[in-house]
Write a protein that binds this ligand. Structure first.
Ligand SMILES: [Zn+2]
Length: 301
């Protein structure tokens, strides 16, 4: 019996060593993307009368989990002249159901309920989208780009950091290849601090790492309220407020994360969200998005 226990322990340790060696490059890569978090004044540069006049959310698919409702959200920033910028693309209905089955296995909960892909939801307004960005290149944020491009005649500008464009691991290569072979025309911009584009005044983005090497935070003011889009640094707002890290199996084996940077970002986002004029928006947290003050996209107003 003792021999068996020693044998099983040895096998487990050997497996752990093999996994560590295999995953080491991905962990090293995501740690290289860590940045120091700036003070809140970094967002002052985004305040401009030319900035977006509306920000909508689209719930492309949702899934009831034991203690929250997970959504695959898309955010649409709109300027006074009708131009729009799309943040993330969700998934097609079929892919959302398939993705939901894996979530069901891992976390429990109900079946995923798709509400349409981003092209069907935007309808003819899809032509107004002249810029696109991604919080990161995981498939649940990028797969919808295919159907988006099939339904638009324009070639929207893709705003991303060079790290998002080039630093990939086994979880982002599929999303990156979908984006790279799409109708989006890449504009890689790299500057320290928050990056802006003259084409989309008031919208800023910066690489933050933590979840993936290319994880990027987007932010914009709507009047006196600053909206900060934190992507998948956490899966819910509660994880920010309660400073709750993701499960070790997730962060070390399934999705190699920089857990130290994620902890720094949770603290920073918690401090930001506690300010009256700042709202942090978590991509997958439907309940929080519905309470964020952003309007749900229901078509042209
Ligand atoms: Zn995600």
């Amino acid at each position: 019996m003792q021999k068996l226990i020693v044998g099983v322990t040895g096998l487990f340790l050997a497996l752990l060593i093999v996994l560590s060696v295999l995953l080491w490059p991905a962990h090293k890569q995501v740690r290289a993307a860590a940045v120091e978090v700036p003070g809140v004044s970094v967002f002052d540069s985004l305040k401009t009368p030319e900035g977006p006049v509306r920000i909508y959310y689209v719930n492309t698919s949702d899934q009831k989990l034991p203690d929250s409702v997970l959504t695959h959200s898309v955010f649409i920033f709109e300027w006074a002249d009708g131009r729009q910028f799309m943040l993330d693309a969700g998934m097609t209905e079929a892919r959302a159901i398939e993705f939901g089955e894996n979530i069901e296995l891992a976390l429990g909960g109900d079946r995923a309920q798709p509400h349409g892909n981003i092209a069907s939801v935007l309808g003819r307004d899809i032509e107004r989208v002249s810029g696109v960005g991604f919080t990161h290149l995981h498939i649940d944020h990028t797969e919808g780009v295919g159907i988006f491009c099939e339904n638009t005649s324009s070639e929207p500008m893709l705003l991303q950091t060079s790290r998002q464009a080039t630093a990939h691991n086994f979880n982002t290569t599929e999303g990156a290849s979908i984006v790279n072979s799409s109708c989006l025309k890449g504009q890689v911009v790299d500057r320290p601090g928050i990056v802006t584009s003259d084409v989309f005044p008031g919208l800023g983005f910066m690489g933050i790492g933590g979840h993936t090497p290319g994880s990027t935070l987007f932010a914009a003011w709507l009047g006196d309220q600053l909206y900060v889009f934190s992507g998948d640094i956490t899966n819910s707002k509660a994880e920010i407020i309660e400073d709750k890290p993701k499960q070790l199996v997730y962060s070390y084996l399934l999705v190699p994360e920089d857990t130290e940077q994620a902890a720094r970002l949770r603290q920073w986002l918690r401090e930001l969200d506690a300010m009256d004029q700042v709202t942090v928006v978590v991509s997958h947290d439907l309940g929080d998005i519905e309470n964020s003050g952003l309007a749900e996209w229901t078509g042209r107003p």
